[in-house]
Design a protein around this ligand. Structure first.
Ligand code: SAM
Length: 244
């Protein structure tokens, strides 16, 4: 059926491609891709070849009208190099314009590094704020950290290996020395999650910038929330017994 299909792809392990994602990709009339070499590898894995068009930060403005008009009669799939399109990746304006033009918009959900990191970190997951990549310049980064310092939620950030230690140091300074996790190479051979206070993590990585792809997860400020509803109920019941 004509329309726009948002297709999540693996973040490392090709077997994480869902059967539905494989089905849509092998039947799409055209696939909008970030890097055709990356997507060609994925298509090879599922034994198909489809026409691809580049859609990335540098050409999106120019490409969008052509893609939108094709959606009237063709199935257009959108993928990024890894994970879920639109999440620290291009795509939301394509969805916005596809909707405005009255086209069908369908999502095929799947891997996302931010969510996968939350499942590995062992930090509260009931409320979290996805911060994407922080600015790389020191002042802008400190400002961005100050903006979220009082938010009572776990923070999830993307970062690169060379910048990791500086980012952890800035987080420790701006947020206080909270517990955190550095998760790395999720679903790949050297998958790892290291949990420690921010300052200890900064020290650990200062002299040895890690290789590969990284997600930082930072605990919320202050007391951890009750571990479960039962604990919360018990605390409430206990408090009530002490009322005059
Ligand atoms: N759209 C993607 C998603 O759904 O996660 C994210 C795209 S963003 C341009 C790329 C960043 O995601 C990397 O710099 C890294 O921070 C994170 N990332 C992607 N794959 C990862 C993996 N296998 N392990 C850890 N982090 C990963």
């Amino acid at each position: 059926e004509p329309g726009l299909y948002i297709v999540a792809t693996p973040i490392g392990n090709l077997r994480d491609l869902s059967p539905r994602a494989a089905d849509i990709l092998s039947r799409a009339d055209v696939i909008a891709v970030e890097d055709s070499r990356v997507t060609a590898g994925l298509l090879r894995h599922i034994g198909t070849k489809r026409p691809m068009l580049p859609y990335h930060d540098h050409n999106a403005e120019g490409m969008r009208p052509a893609l939108i008009s094709r959606m009237g009669s063709e199935a257009v799939a959108l993928v990024s190099d890894a994970g879920t399109p639109l999440i620290s990746d291009p795509g939301y304006k394509l969805v916005r314009d596809a909707r405005a033009a009255g086209h069908l918009v369908v999502t095929i959900p799947g891997p996302c590094a931010a969510i996968a990191a939350l499942t590995l970190a062992g930090l509260p997951t009931d409320r979290f704020l996805f911060c994407g990549f922080l600015p790389s310049k020191e002042k802008a980064r400190a400002d961005a950290i100050a903006e979220v310092a009082n938010i009572r939620a776990t923070l999830v950030l993307y970062e690169s290996g060379p910048r990791l230690a500086a980012c952890l140091t800035a987080l420790a300074q701006g947020l206080g020395d909270r517990d955190a996790a550095v998760t790395r190479e999720i679903t790949k051979r050297f998958e790892e999650a290291v949990t420690a206070p921010l300052s200890a993590l900064a020290a650990r990585y200062a002299d040895a910038p890690p290789k590969g792809e990284i997600v930082i997860v930072v605990a919320p400020p202050g007391e951890a929330p009750p571990a479960s509803l039962e604990d919360g109920d018990a605390a409430l019941a206990e408090a009530l017994t002490r009322l005059p």
